[in-house]
Design a protein around this ligand. Structure first.
Ligand code: MN
Ligand code: MN
Length: 348
């Protein structure tokens, strides 16, 4: 039986001391378990086998990125089940390796990364959950340094991580820029009398000044609407919409490129609803919509943002119970890996 967490993780006491020295000398990196000694199918399932935050950040050492879960799905309008997303995504992430082949970057060598565990949730209250998750996120790592990636949960949970990120970045006036991947705009004001739902995170974030709608890009929008007015809020507030139809017609890529150029070095938050991907590739989700991206297509599109100033992200709406063979959770882990590689490229 393992006598310490470090031994289970595949590095002994001497290496722990070495690791702390690296941290002290500011040569930050992530120490991953050696897969030849500690197989990927063994051990506690943290995200991508990152160490737990308590094992690397307890001494106040800087951690570059913390990944944590928000296992809440009480704000859905259709199928529930995304509360099991964080666990399924952690499980599916065990086979992710640190070197990004196409971008030529080793994320573990660039960043100190950790799994921060799961935020507390109140299954019967969306607003209470968002408040608790935001407070939890603000307690992860060091305020001035650590960037946050949330794993949902339904899309309402994105609000909590956006708010925590906005606060950590010094509450920039006008809000953060937003890259939004989704089949839906999620700017519905009220659903069934509720203002806090998975159809509403961006109207709330815009109202609260966390997001600048004029520097917001929504990609992958498609499918049947409740009313012909559903896109009005986004259009009236200057959100750049690239629908699936725009993408298929061929002018979407140019408009995304133009948006990327317009961002320059602005601080960007990226929110990824897995339903932007076609249900053929990502069936495990709550509000599926046909006609979306393929896996390779969406990973390539994410990769094209290499170099943007990413300061926070989330991946949401994975429903493991609707996910044959775990392909949706697996894709979600690859999306998260792309995001870290995109950030690492800027850091080189
Ligand atoms: Mn959606
Ligand atoms: Mn959404």
């Amino acid at each position: 039986m393992c006598s310490s967490h470090q031994e289970m993780w595949g590095f002994g006491r001497e290496e722990v001391v070495l690791f702390r020295m690296w941290v002290m000398t500011d040569q930050r990196r992530t120490v991953l378990p050696n897969a030849r000694e500690f197989p990927r199918f063994a051990g506690v399932s943290t995200f991508c086998r990152f160490p737990l935050l308590g094992d690397v950040g307890s001494g106040g050492q800087p951690v570059d990125w913390v990944v944590y879960g928000i296992p809440y799905d009480g704000a859905v309008t259709y199928r529930p089940g995304a509360r099991f997303g964080p666990r399924a995504i952690r499980d599916a992430s065990q086979y992710i390796k640190p070197v990004h082949q196409e971008l030529g970057v080793d994320i573990a060598a660039r960043f100190s990364m950790a799994d921060g565990g799961d935020a507390p949730v109140q299954p019967y209250s969306c607003k209470d959950t968002l408040d608790a998750a935001c407070e939890f996120a603000l307690g992860l790592g060091t305020a001035a340094h650590t960037k946050l990636i949330a794993i949902g949960g339904d899309h309402s949970t994105a609000y909590a991580n956006i708010k925590a990120t906005w606060q950590r970045r010094g509450k920039p006036k006008g809000g953060l820029a937003l890259l939004h991947f989704d089949a839906h705009l999620d700017t519905a004001d009220v659903v069934w009398g509720e203002k806090w739902t998975h159809a509403s995170p961006f109207i709330r974030a815009i109202e609260d000044g966390l997001i600048d709608p004029k520097r917001m890009l929504s990609v992958g929008i498609r499918g049947p609407l409740n009313t012909a007015d559903d896109l009005n809020f986004a259009r009236e507030h200057g959100v750049e919409l690239v629908t699936s139809e725009d993408w298929l017609r061929g002018d979407g890529a140019q408009r995304i490129e133009a948006f990327r150029n317009r961002l320059g070095d602005d601080e960007v938050y990226l929110t990824f609803d897995i339903d932007c991907v076609d249900p053929a590739f990502a069936p495990g989700t709550g509000t599926p919509c046909c006609g979306g991206f393929g896996s390779a297509e969406v990973l390539g599109l994410l990769r094209s943002f290499a170099g943007v100033h990413l300061v926070g992200a989330d991946v949401v709406e994975v429903l493991p119970d609707r996910d044959p063979a775990g392909i949706t959770s697996l894709l979600a882990t690859h999306v998260l890996f792309e995001l870290l590689a995109v950030a690492a490229i800027r850091n080189t």
